[in-house]
Structures are given as C-alpha cells and as structure tokens.
Ligand binder design. Structure first.
Ligand code: NAD
Ligand code: UDP
Length: 326
C-alpha cells in the first residue's frame, strides 16, 4: 500500500525492541526513514534488532522513557509503543505499566512537541474493556473496571489517549492514536503468555494446550505485517481521533486451539484450565474508519499468519536464537 503524504525523515520509536516495535523499525527503514529506537528491554530484546544493527540509519538507545525524558533534535515522527503489553507481563510489572502509559507517554509527547514532530500513540482494544457493543467502533466509550486485574494496562492506555488528545488540542502537536487489536507473528516471546505464542509453543512440543475457561471467549487476530502497515497508515493519515487497527473475524479461543493443533500436526491434548479473571468475553474491531479514511485493511488471513508464525517459532527453537526476519 502506498502511503499518501508519507514524508517522515527521522523517527523515534519507543519500545522498538519489542514484538511490534522491531517490525515497525524495519518497515520505517525500508521506507527510507531513519530510526532511533528507545527501549529499556524490560520485555523486548536486542536480538529482535539483529537485522538493523549494522544499518547506519538505525540507532538503539537503552533508556527508560517512563523514568526520564529523552532529548534528541531533528526528528519528525515519534511513535510511542513502550509498555508491557501481554497480560502476563503487565501483571508482573503493574507499576511500570502505569508509568509507561502515564510518564512514558508524557515524555514521548514532550519530545514530539519540542521537535514539532508528528506523534503516534499505540493504544489498544483494551480501552473498550469487556465491551457491551459488537463490533467495537471508535465512538464506543468502553466498559472498563478501573480497579480490576487488567486496570493497570487498560486505564494507563485510556489516560495515554486522554493525554495525547490534550497535547493535540491544547499544545499544537499533530497527534494520532491507533487502537491496536490482538496481533501475532514472528518475534512474540514463546513465554509471553499471549494466546498465539502459548498455543504455538505448546502444539510444537506436543504439550497440553491450555484453554482458559470454557474457551468460548473470542478474539480477532491480526498478523503483524498488517498491524505495522496499519500503524504507519494512521501515522501518515489526517485523523487526530483514534482509529481501530485489527482484523475483523472473531475466533473462539477453543477453536483457535484446535486450529493451531491441526496446522502443527500436533498430538497435544486440549486442556481447560481456570478462566482468567476480569477478561473480555468478546472482541472484534469495526475497521470502517481505517478502510474508508486511510485505505488500510488487513491482507493476511489467520491460517496463513499462523503458518508463518509457526515456521518462525520452529526455526527460532532450532537455532537457539531469534531469526532476523520472518
Ligand atoms: P512488547 O512487550 O513486545 O514490546 C514493548 C516494548 O516496550 C519492549 O521492547 C519493552 O522493553 C519496551 N518498554 C516497555 N516499557 C518501557 C519503558 N518504560 N521505556 C522504554 N521501553 C519500554 O509488546 P508489543 O506486543 O510489541 O506491544 C507494543 C505496543 O503495542 C504496546 O504499547 C502495546 O500496548 C501495544 N499493543 C500491542 C498489541 C499486540 O497484540 N501486540 C495489541 C494492542 C496494543
Ligand atoms: N488464553 C488461553 N490460554 C492461554 C493464554 C491465553 O486460553 O494460555 C486466552 C485468554 O484467556 C484470552 C485469549 O486467550 O481469552 C487472549 O489472551 P491474550 O493474553 O493473548 O490477549 P488478551 O486477553 O489481552 O486479549
């Protein structure tokens, strides 16, 4: 997809050593943008950046964006991805997650303001909480428990959206917000606890596939390459208010377990374990805005995405270290 109005020369990507961030850094470089990746490696790894380290247009800076401001001149795009993102990670790092969404977003916005740069926040479908409306469109305000087990992540992102909007309205920063739905693909950590990485790891080892609860809860899964194109479409687009980036098509978690097992040719039993507390029962994006205003839509189906993901997990396990590119 050609991005009309694409003109970014030098970008800062916070959280660029993570799953989505490393793919985004690669895509930016491929489109001719120099990239400074700012990451404290709390859930990311420099191995994800192996393919970029020798590129003169790429720079890695070890820095905690939630703790200290980050100063650099001459950037025209700031993308704020830095935050623990899997439920296992944010439950392990609750205060760090709140800080990444609050002070981290503030510092990233200050960087954009000083540079007169465009700012893109990677928000999440979690702002919709356990939604009472299906599918979720951007004008739905959500159903979030502010003191529940997911609150550290959900409310941090809701605050981050409010802060971003305030910088847009009152400080003249050109702000953009992408509400990213569940994404998957190469470079997910096998132990990150997310559903695709966990099921793929278990299936490839013929271990029991652990379905939480009855498995009737649904998610809509988007392949990483599509998500990254979506983020860039939001960044390059004109819309200051949030845009859903996800792949419509709900799949029940039990059905996903069966699909992964079958694609892997695995002998794994499917085991129902305790349900996760406070989690959404259904989630599905309405992407009318992304299609009509940005010309973006996902292109990779779930089966094809799972095949590519499994191929990468297999190669990763065989090599003992991360492969550079899927
Ligand atoms: P990830 O954990 O792989 O990447 C997050 C990166 O941020 C890591 O490299 C981590 O080390 C870094 N980081 C965290 N706190 C930091 C801090 N204080 N300072 C500097 N770096 C810090 O997660 P991901 O899946 O790549 O998610 C990236 C972003 O996209 C997150 O903001 C997440 O909320 C959002 N998102 C992701 C998904 C998804 O399905 N992957 C869905 C919705 C939203
Ligand atoms: N899930 C599961 N088994 C696992 C990991 C996750 O059944 O080993 C379920 C989880 O309870 C949720 C769905 O899969 O219903 C998606 O979980 P994930 O952590 O990937 O994302 P999120 O809940 O944040 O959407």
């Amino acid at each position: 997809m050609d991005l009309v109005g694409w003109h970014f020369r030098r970008a800062v990507v916070t959280g660029g050593a993570g799953f989505l961030g490393s793919h985004l850094c690669e895509e930016l470089i491929a489109r001719g943008t120099s990239v400074i990746c700012v990451d404290n490696l709390c859930t990311g790894t420099e191995r994800n950046l192996a393919g970029l380290r020798s590129d003169p247009r790429f720079e890695f800076v070890a820095h905690d964006i939630a703790r200290d401001a980050y100063h650099v001149d001459d950037v025209d795009l700031v993308v704020h991805l830095a935050s623990p993102a899997s439920p296992v990670d944010y439950s392990r790092m609750p205060l760090e997650t709140l800080r990444a969404g609050s002070s981290g977003t503030q510092h990233a916005l200050e960087l954009a303001e000083r540079n007169g740069a465009r700012f893109l926040l990677a928000s999440t479908s979690e702002v919709y909480g356990d939604p009472l409306r299906h599918p979720q469109s951007e004008d739905y305000w959500g159903n979030v428990d502010p003191v529940g087990p997911r609150a550290v992540y959900d409310e941090a992102k809701r605050y981050a959206e409010a802060l971003t909007s305030a910088y847009g309205r009152h400080r003249g920063v050109a702000t953009r917000i992408a509400r990213v739905f569940n994404s998957f693909g190469p470079r997910m950590r096998p132990d990150d606890g997310r559903v695709v990485s966990t099921f793929v790891r278990q299936a490839l080892r013929d271990e029991a596939i652990t379905v939480h609860g009855d498995g009737n809860q649904t998610r809509s899964l988007c392949y990483v390459d599509d998500t990254v194109r979506g983020l860039l479409a939001v960044a390059a687009g004109d819309r200051p208010t949030p845009v859903n980036i996800g792949r419509p098509g709900e799949i029940p978690v039990r059905g996903l377990a069966e699909l992964v097992r079958s694609l892997a040719g695995s002998r794994s039993p499917i085991e129902h374990v305790a349900a996760a507390a406070g989690e959404p029962r259904r989630r599905c994006p309405d992407i009318t805005v992304a299609i009509s205003e940005l010309g973006w839509r996902p292109e990779v189906g779930v089966v094809e995405g799972l095949r590519r993901t499994m191929e990468w997990f297999t190669a990763d396990a065989a090599s003992g270290q991360r492969r550079v590119r899927a």
